[in-house]
Design a binder for this molecule. Structure first.
Ligand code: ACO
Length: 442
């Protein structure tokens, strides 16, 4: 990746020139080239040269940072982590290996893999005092509310890894987050159902341990189903990172001020919670339940297309993918495997999902707007079949995305050009006016 303008074949640098038609002033801006994907116009000097800002609400045309972690080609439906296609990682790798890859840039060798697994495994317990935090929440609290609070509270427990200027502390905080967020997620679930917390077990793999902490109870033996553990691990891989999405950008923005990593990840969890982002998998299931039967699908398709109705087909559409989300394809296959393993032959929700997908993919509205199923479309059905309540779906997304957030945070802190994120605005409010005393206001 280059931060310097490239020289074109004819010897002139790649630039773009803007002309202000009000006064004829010109500004020439460099064009930067990444390893692949769209070039960017470097506008850092624009304000100084013209007195103008750019305006891009929703950041649809804005590259906010330089990154070497994840690449998405939304038109082709491609997702790469450190260059490796998501389909290959989902099939051949495992979640902890993907964590190592995202965090360190390369796949681990056998020795590095064993050491990393041991480190993460040995960080899964949380400070015993942290359990007291849970007791302050109502039993019916949404587990994402608990996640925001308790993950943020980690900064009050692990002072020895909050100095962001110390590379060793940064990596310890990263390991702690990858290891402890699953424990907190399982505790959030246990708290909501009134069961005792289950401690992590070091003899289990990452996904197995999470399933154990979630579904085991002290009074009987719980045996983790290996097919379900494998599916869970795959779901984690599929959610591990996704470039500069809303929650990742939130983590970067929070971190840009120098905030500690635990607080930054809590900010990411808050952003993920929204139904337009990570909350969509919960919303998909609610929508399928609302549709109830295949014959009612046309009614909902009609509503989704109606401009005066704010109903949207949840699990469809994506800001970047204008093609089939590659993660959704893997998820669809995993969904079939899980339902077969659990002996669920006729899941009415799956029937609705399959038919909804078929209709939407052949409907002019969805074709024209390039609305394809996204990763959340099938994940809800799998998670429900495994036994998670809908309120836990986004928590599982947060658990998996923690590694992406922390890798992006670390990359940002280690970028020598990093500055506090401070966007400007197009001000449309009142200009200066004099204060009116209370007794003179109408
Ligand atoms: N159902 C019906 N129409 C839709 C849908 C949908 N799911 N998604 C987009 N559209 C329409 C919009 O109404 C809009 O129509 P218009 O051009 O006539 O105004 C057009 O498609 C473009 O939509 P935008 O909202 O402008 O696209 P944007 O890129 O901002 O939104 C988003 C992307 C938020 C994901 C959107 O597609 C959506 O709300 N989908 C449903 C929620 C969802 O599944 N979110 C999960 C995203 S993936 C993730 O976070 C892991």
């Amino acid at each position: 990746m280059s931060q310097t303008p490239q020289t074109a074949g004819d010897g002139t640098a790649d630039t773009v020139t803007l002309i202000d038609n009000r006064n004829g002033k010109q500004v020439t801006l460099p064009i930067l080239h990444g390893a692949t994907g769209p070039d960017v116009i470097d506008i850092r000097k624009l304000y100084a040269a013209t007195g103008c800002f750019t305006y891009d609400p929703g950041f649809t045309s804005t590259g906010s940072c330089e990154s070497a972690i994840t690449y998405i080609d939304g038109d082709e439906g491609v997702l790469l982590h450190r260059g490796y296609p998501i389909e290959q990682l989902a099939e051949k790798s495992d979640f902890l290996e993907v964590c190592y890859l995202l965090l360190n840039g390369e796949l681990p060798n056998p020795e590095q893999k064993a050491k990393f697994e041991q480190t993460i495994t040995r960080h899964t317990m949380v400070h015993e005092q942290l359990a007291n935090f849970f007791r302050g929440f109502r039993r019916d609290a949404h587990p994402m509310a608990i996640m925001c609070g308790v993950v943020g509270a980690l900064s009050a427990f692990y002072h020895d890894s909050t100095d962001i200027n110390d590379p060793t502390q940064r990596i310890i905080a990263s390991h702690r987050l990858i290891a402890k967020v699953p424990t907190i997620a399982a505790m959030a679930y246990k708290y909501s159902v009134g069961q005792p917390f289950v401690y992590p077990r070091n003899d289990l793999g990452f996904a197995e341990n999470f399933l154990h902490m979630t579904f085991a109870v002290p009074c009987e033996q719980y045996k983790v189903n290996p097919v379900i553990a494998k599916a869970m691990d795959k779901i984690f891989i599929l959610h591990a990172d996704h470039e500069q999405n809303a929650s990742t950008s939130t983590v970067r923005l929070a971190g840009s001020s120098g905030a500690n990593p635990f607080a930054c990840i809590a900010a990411g969890i808050a952003s993920l919670w929204g139904p337009a982002h990570g909350g969509a998998n919960e919303a998909v299931l609610k929508m399928l339940e609302e549709i109830k039967s295949v014959d009612r699908i046309p009614e909902f398709i009609k509503r989704a297309k109606d401009k005066n109705d704010n109903f949207r087909l949840m699990g469809f559409g994506h800001r970047v993918y204008k093609n089939y989300d590659p993660r959704a394809k893997v998820m669809q296959q995993t969904c079939k495997e899980v339902l077969a393993e659990l002996g669920i032959k006729d899941d009415p929700l799956l029937d609705i999902a399959v038919e909804l997908e078929r209709i939407a993919l052949s409907d002019e509205y969805f074709i024209e707007k390039k609305l394809y199923p996204n990763v959340d479309f099938y994940s809800g059905i799998i998670l429900k079949a495994i036994g998670f309540p809908t309120s836990m779906f986004t928590v599982l997304f947060a658990l998996a995305r923690t590694v992406g957030w922390i890798s992006q945070w670390k990359e940002m802190i280690e970028d020598p050009t990093q500055k506090i994120g401070r966007p400007r605005q197009l001000y449309t409010g009142h200009v200066t006016r004099d204060f009116v005393p209370l007794n003179e206001r109408g």
